[in-house]
Every structure is written in C-alpha cells, then in structure tokens.
Ligand binder design. Structure first.
Ligand code: SAM
Length: 231
C-alpha cells in the first residue's frame, strides 16, 4: 500500500513514521509512506499556500491550486497514472472508525490532505474522494488526524502485526469492546486476577472472555451492544 501525506508541516511526521508499528511496516515493505510539503506546489516567491477568505472573516484558507497540483503530480508519478483515493481531513467529514480503517487498508494508494488555519477553499472538496473527521471537536490542524488514520490503517495491512490473533479480539473488530486483560502479579494490593484466567482451562477462558466483552460493551457502549444484538 502507498500513503501520501500532503501537509504544510512535514517535520511533524518525523517521530510518528519512524517508531513502533509504522516503522516495522515500512521496513517489511508493507507500506510506502511519502510526506509532501504542500508548499512544493506553490509558485510565488513567498510559497503561499493560503490566503484571506473572500467576504472577510478571521484566519487564512488553504488555496485550491497547490492541492490540485499536488493530486495531479502524485497521480502522474504513479506508474499507471492511477489517481490515489484523495482524502481530506476535516471536522465536517465522515467520522473515522474501525470499519473505515478496514476499508482504507484494502486500498492500494491513498493521499491524506491536511488542513490548517481556518480550513480549505470549498473547491478543494470537489477534488477529493472522501472527507474524514476524527470526531466532533476542532483540532488546530489535520496532521494529527492524518497520523491517526495512517496508524489505524497500517496495522490492519495483512502481515504487519506479528500476532494476527491480536486483531481479532481487539475492540470494535466484531462489534464489541475487548475483554479485560491482566498480567503478573496475580494479586496486587489485594486486587486479584480472576481465577478462571489462572487455571488454564482454555474453553472456560474463552467463554469468560466472550461474556466479559459483551458485559463491558453493554455497560460502556450500549449503542454497540444494541447493534450487535440486532445483527
Ligand atoms: C482549525 S481547523 C478548521 C476548522 C474549520 N474552520 C471548521 O470550523 O470546520 C484546521 C484544520 O484542522 C483539521 N481538523 C480540525 N479538527 C478536525 C477533526 N475533528 N477531524 C479532522 N480534521 C480536523 C482540518 O484539516 C482543518 O482544516
């Protein structure tokens, strides 16, 4: 899979792409990630990627031309000239969740476009295939959402995670939250690990985990629990 990140702040990505799971996935050749400076596609002396909004108002708006050129050039650099699925990170988009992460992990080539300041020139929306939001809150920039999307998507690419089993039991995979986990010591300050986990009967452990996952989902996410029951 190829992920292109288009940003005004490329250096924000340094740590994130060079650590942990993303670093491993890149080393294994499972994903190729390129970070592009949006200013590369500006042609004036000051490398202006934003401008004042028409009609007045606070802040600056990302200009349409550099984003258009970025998508065109990235498309032209593809060996078969296939346009990547272009995704705008915006609080006005579809809320990101595990289902969408799974959908994106099945794509060959995506481009994540990060906003800043007051947002995007509206015409940029007609250049993209999808708009994604992290939720109903406002961040300063689209770089943190792009990192979150990249991380959630990359770990779903087959062969990236060592123990594939860990994906199966993870929260949201089958519409429930994950069961409680414990490690040593078996007793800490009077708090005991459930006996069933220590005894080693795998069928009983499986049944306990399944029941706990449902109980936890019902308590914490009644919306998910209702959906699971009506499936
Ligand atoms: C300060 S925000 C602009 C918000 C915009 N004025 C509005 O009210 O919709 C700047 C940039 O941060 C990113 N951003 C902020 N909150 C986000 C969210 N919840 N999900 C995805 N991107 C977000 C977007 O790229 C956005 O263009």
């Amino acid at each position: 899979m190829k992920i292109e990140i288009i940003t005004l702040f490329p250096s924000m990505f340094k740590g994130v792409l060079e650590e942990s799971m993303i670093k491993i996935a890149r080393r294994k050749g499972k994903v190729e990630i390129k970070v592009h400076d949006l200013r590369k596609w500006t042609y004036d002396r000051h490398r202006t990627a934003d401008d004042k909004p028409f009609g007045g108002g606070p802040g600056m708006v990302i200009k349409v031309e550099p984003v258009d050129r970025a998508i065109e050039e990235i498309t032209a650099s593809d060996p078969e000239c296939v346009k990547p699925t272009a995704i705008l990170l915006t609080p006005q988009g579809r809320t990101f969740d595990q289902g969408l992460a799974r959908e994106l992990s099945g794509l060959e080539h995506i481009a994540l476009i990060c906003g800043h300041y007051e947002g995007f020139d509206e015409r940029i929306r007609s250049l993209v295939d999808m708009e994604i939001s992290m939720g109903d809150f406002i961040l300063t920039c689209g770089e943190i959402p792009a990192m979150a999307v990249t991380d959630a998507v990359v770990r779903l690419i087959p062969g990236v995670l060592g123990a594939e089993g860990s994906l199966e039991s993870e929260s949201f995979n089958d519409g429930t939250l994950e069961y409680p986990q414990y490690t040593r010591p078996a007793v800490y300050k009077g708090m005991k690990v459930p006996e069933v986990l220590i005894k080693g009967d795998h069928r009983k452990i499986e049944a306990w985990r399944c029941a706990e996952a449902l109980k936890r989902t019902k308590e914490r996410r009644p919306d998910l629990h209702r959906k699971k029951r009506t499936k």
